[in-house]
Design a protein around this ligand. Structure first.
Ligand SMILES: Nc1ncnc2c1ncn2[C@@H]1O[C@H](COP(=O)(O)OP(=O)(O)OP(=O)(O)O)[C@@H](O)[C@H]1O
Ligand SMILES: [Mg+2]
Length: 251
């Protein structure tokens, strides 16, 4: 079993969105087994997304119902909720979570274990504990070009480097000007590499515009299918990113 997470200290960088898309890709496109553990507080519990999707999938006329009609539907991947506000994680909680992940690895029931963490700047967070105990096979750090996000990614990258954690930084939320003129990012990547911080080859643009349409939006965070048609419409680079991650994690 391979364990993986997207992690950023700062909130709102795309961790949850990317975890759900990756889980859908692994389960419903690759046909492999995956379990998602939600370590986030109950602000946006993944279970609620699943429950909403199940309701929508049975409701005549919803985009999800229409999409699933006539398709072979695989058994949905399990989601486990173990969420707390990051600042409320006490030492005992963190150790208990590390034990739970360790137990999942020992049981080896799934091909992939994906973990969704809340943002948090403390060094004593669940993710740091897992990294320190070498329980993660890979971490990607989604970051925008916004200054604070870049600094945070730089720092968490240095931390992963010190710990010997395999990781990559991945640009997310990129504005059009960076897609049209990639030399700015090329330079930034060279600089990061100079500090030993590797970047993903794939750059994820800001797909907000494409998700303004509500029927598209509902697919970006769905838990029941791999919405290939919509992903290709919204941001085909996501497919390249997931291919890269699967290769990064190895067999
Ligand atoms: N590439 C992107 N383009 C446009 N919107 C995006 C992109 N990536 C993520 N988002 C949007 O940004 C918002 C925050 O994303 P998300 O909740 O996944 O972040 P997060 O890192 O999990 O946040 P938190 O730290 O609060 O858990 C969501 O509305 C999501 O749809
Ligand atoms: Mg989140």
């Amino acid at each position: 079993m391979k364990t993986f997470t997207f992690f950023t200290p700062k909130g709102g960088c795309g961790k949850t969105t990317l975890i759900l898309l990756l889980a859908a890709y692994i389960r419903y496109y690759l046909g492999k087994t995956v379990k998602v553990i939600d370590f986030e507080a109950d602000k946006f519990p993944l279970m609620r997304f699943r429950e909403d999707d199940l309701v929508a999938s049975h409701q005549e006329g919803t985009p999800l119902h229409n999409y699933l009609k006539g398709r072979q539907v695989l058994e949905p991947y399990p989601i486990e909720c173990a969420g707390k506000e990051i600042n409320n994680y006490k030492a005992d909680d963190v150790i208990q979570l590390a034990r739970a992940v360790n137990e999942e690895i020992r049981q080896d029931e799934f091909d992939y274990l994906l973990l969704d963490f809340p943002a948090g700047y403390s060094r004593f967070t669940p993710v740091s504990c897992l990294v320190h105990n070498h329980l993660l096979d890979g971490v990607y750090v989604p970051t925008s070009t916004e200054r604070q996000e870049r600094i945070d990614s730089f720092q968490i990258g240095r931390h992963f480097l010190e710990e010997g954690q395999p990781f990559k930084i991945v640009w997310n939320h990129l504005k059009k000007k960076y897609i049209e003129n990639p030399s700015v990012l090329d330079t930034a990547e060279q600089e990061l590499l100079g500090y030993g911080l590797p970047c993903s080859k794939v750059r994820i643009k800001d797909f907000n515009k494409a998700t303004e349409d509500s029927s598209v939006r509902c697919f970006v965070r769905n838990t029941l299918c791999w919405p290939e048609r919509y992903v290709k419409m919204v941001c085909p680079e996501l497919i390249d990113l997931f291919e890269e991650i699967i290769a990064f994690l190895g067999d």
